[in-house]
Write a protein that binds this ligand. Structure first.
Ligand SMILES: [Zn+2]
Length: 498
């Protein structure tokens, strides 16, 4: 390998490998056009957005409707959605003995790109600290932890197209000390090495997956140790990067510039999406599509805006379908939208469905919201191609309100694992539950978080490289028997193990 060459020679790659062609770019921190090709899957023109799944499905959209209404690009699936019953029960997904078990399990079409990550996006902060070998998860049935070995073994077993390396990020923690950041860098490096070793151990005839290396949401010098090792030892083994803070793109080393970039930075609005795209993001996750749908908000924006801005008036980015105005309105959700919901139904019907708590109401809004964002991305690509992106962004920002509308009506029933991270941190509880402040006999009223829970003895380096699928049984540890922990009762320790 040539030292830090700007990308491997594509003609030398084995045919099963992912290919990312940069079609247009104007420098390191500029919007760019690309084409991501994974053999057997539909090619994706970038920038593009991925379907953001919950338990393997796009909320409100059944798998038979997926291709028709939401399946233009790939999907992002989080392993944490599938391992909550471990270790009492081996997660059913690991007992499913077919080729590509994850794809079959979630009934994903054969040609849809499938990306597996450890955490949901946005992730639900866990009150328990991570350790040197495990991340902690807060699932609908309590605290769990997942080791790097377990995750790597799961990737091999589940056969997604792309796996995002497990990152040590203490989500939900407002301030992170320098020592903790050092540890993030160390652990992420080790965990990525585990994943690379697991992939190397895969036989020639077995299906392989591509690896996207996480780039931590901390300053470059604080993750320099990790990045150095990534460039020196693992560059040949990774096919892309997963970025948790879009503004860190500035610090991305030149040798990584040719790789596709998956954004796990949660955008609050289309404006923020545009900022991420303007920095050169390729694949984006857009959790606000589903959160708007849950709130009964039909997204309503086009890029660039169809009309000129009129005085100081700003247009709303979405329409609250709970609003009484729509009770007798026979107009579509959005005026010019060609989606199934807008061509077959009207606002009054959608509002009736919401009031009656009919699932079809959320389905129609979700179909529409995906269509709006799909057409937004198509226009963004056209705009970059035409060289008018900056001007179009300026027009968009001038025309629309800066934030999505506030939620007013009720959403569908919320389950623990669907809590948005910020909702978790609020004082009021979604599902009130008696909590006596004890875990495993800790002092009353004060919770002692045990950093070393369920932890495996440190394995020697050479042992880590030969871990097989048996790791899938027994490595996700139980934390407590008391059900979901209310986050606001807990003191979050900076870290578990020094
Ligand atoms: Zn529509």
């Amino acid at each position: 390998m040539s030292q830090h060459a700007p990308g491997p020679d594509l003609s030398q790659l084995p045919p099963e490998m992912l290919d990312f062609a940069l079609l247009k770019t104007a420098g390191a921190l500029a919007p760019r056009l690309g084409r991501l090709t994974v053999p057997g899957r539909k090619p994706i023109l970038t920038p593009a957005f991925l379907g953001n799944t919950s338990r393997g499905v796009i909320p409100h959209i059944s798998q038979d409707n997926f291709r028709k209404y939401a399946g233009n690009n790939g999907v992002y699936v989080a392993l944490e959605d599938f391992v909550e019953k471990h270790p009492q029960k081996t997660p059913p997904i690991f007992e499913y003995d077919v080729p590509e078990p994850l794809r079959k399990f979630v009934a994903l079409p054969q040609d849809t790109l499938l990306i597996l990550g450890a955490r949901r996006t946005p992730p639900i902060p866990s009150p328990a600290p991570h350790t040197n070998t495990e991340i902690s998860l807060l699932t609908s049935v309590g605290n769990r932890s997942m080791s790097s070995e377990y995750y790597a073994a799961a990737a091999r077993k589940l056969q997604p197209d792309i796996v995002v390396g497990m990152a040590d990020i203490p989500f939900g923690q407002e301030t992170i000390g320098i020592k903790r950041k050092d540890k993030m860098s160390d652990r992420t490096e080790t965990w990525l090495r585990d994943m690379v070793a697991k992939r190397k151990a895969i036989g020639k005839d077995e299906p392989r997956f591509d690896i996207f290396a996480p780039i931590l949401p901390i300053e470059r010098d604080l993750q320099s140790w990790y990045i150095e090792h990534l460039l020196d030892d693992m560059l040949d083994s990774i096919s892309g990067v997963a970025i948790y803070d879009a503004y860190q793109l500035e610090d991305l080393p030149d040798t990584l510039l040719h790789l596709p970039r998956l954004s796990l930075h949660v955008p609050a609005s289309p404006h923020e999406l545009l900022r991420h795209i303007s920095l050169g993001m390729d694949l984006l996750t857009v959790p606000f599509i589903s959160s708007a749908t849950d709130a009964g908000i039909a997204l309503d924006f086009t890029f660039p805006p169809a009309e000129k801005v009129n005085g100081n008036e700003r247009w709303a980015l979405g329409i609250d379908m709970w609003h009484a105005d729509h009770a007798v309105s026979l107009t579509p959700l959005s005026k010019d939208c060609q989606c199934y919901a807008c061509t077959k139904h009207h606002r009054a019907y959608v509002q009736h469905l919401l009031s009656a708590k009919e699932m079809l109401g959320w389905f129609l809004i979700q179909v529409h919201n995906h269509a709006v964002v799909e057409s937004f991305f198509t226009s963004v690509r056209n705009s970059i191609e035409a060289g008018t992106f900056d001007a179009d962004v300026a027009a968009f920002e001038a025309f629309y309100e800066p934030q999505l509308p506030e939620k007013t009506g009720q959403g569908p029933r919320v389950r623990g694992y669907q809590f948005k991270s910020e909702e978790h941190a609020k004082r009021e509880k979604k599902n009130a539950k008696k909590w006596n402040g004890e875990i495993g006999g800790g002092a009353k009223g004060k919770i002692v978080l045990k950093g070393a829970h369920g932890q495996q003895p440190e394995k020697k380096k050479e042992m880590r490289d030969v871990i097989d699928d048996e790791a899938l049984i027994g490595l996700v540890g139980m934390e407590d028997e008391t059900g979901p922990i209310q986050l606001d009762d807990l003191k979050i320790e900076d870290d578990g193990k020094a």
